[in-house]
Write a new protein. Structure first.
Length: 198
């Protein structure tokens, strides 16, 4: 595993319409959000406007330096609902089963697929999501950039849906967030039993 993961320090947040994203996420003050592949926390801090101390935001990234900076900023700003975790999400998330209302994966799934680590990560997401919980995937349109990664590693909505179906997720809507990025929503089937390997 490289010391600095691919995608570290990059963010799609500046290219999306945040109002559309958060309207679609329909976060509540008591929700538990998992921001998987949070990077420097641009989505995390925006979500903190919607989730208060009654809930929690778990900001997870393999990029230890970015997570440390995120934690420092969260403490400085008194955002105690934000909890940071510098871990490899494809191995084990430090969360109990069935505790997360919404998982956001903002421009990270294509990196996991490129690394071949997406199955472990999606298994962990399915484990920690509450039955009926929601997974929100933000990805770049499968067109040339910039902005965004090379076209050949981008994921079209149908490819995302196929990857997620194997983990018990069913499509729950899709919308454009800008000319460059789309949001695809998925619900975890209540009877899903597939978990990551112990
Ligand atoms: C393109 S960045 C997106 C960051 C953030 N979502 C944003 O757009 O502002 C992808 C992030 O995924 C993280 N990442 C990649 N593989 C990971 C893994 N196995 N576990 C946790 N984080 C991972 C990278 O470190 C990077 O910060």
């Amino acid at each position: 595993m490289p010391t600095q993961p691919a995608g570290a320090g990059k963010s799609s947040f500046g290219y999306i319409d945040g109002a559309t994203l958060f309207r679609c996420l329909a976060l509540r003050p008591d929700h538990v959000l998992l921001d998987l592949g949070c990077g420097a926390g641009n989505y995390t801090f925006a979500a903190a406007d919607h989730i208060q101390a009654a809930g929690a935001i778990h900001a997870v990234d393999l990029w230890a330096e970015g997570v440390a900076a995120l934690q420092t900023r969260a403490r400085r700003e008194g955002l105690h609902q934000i909890q940071t975790h510098a871990v490899d999400a494809s191995k084990a998330l430090p969360l109990n089963d069935d505790v997360v209302d919404v998982c956001l994966m903002a421009t990270v799934l294509h990196d996991l697929v490129t690394d071949g680590t997406h199955k472990g990560a999606l298994g962990e997401v399915a484990r920690v999501l509450k039955p009926g919980g929601r997974l929100a995937v933000v990805e770049f349109e499968k067109e040339g950039g910039p902005p965004g990664p090379p076209r050949h590693i981008r994921l079209a909505p149908a490819e995302v849906a196929e990857l997620l179906a194997a983990h018990g997720f069913t499509p729950a809507g899709q919308t454009g967030l800008s000319p460059h990025l789309y949001l695809a929503l998925f619900d975890l089937k209540a009877d899903t039993v597939e978990r990551s390997a112990p």
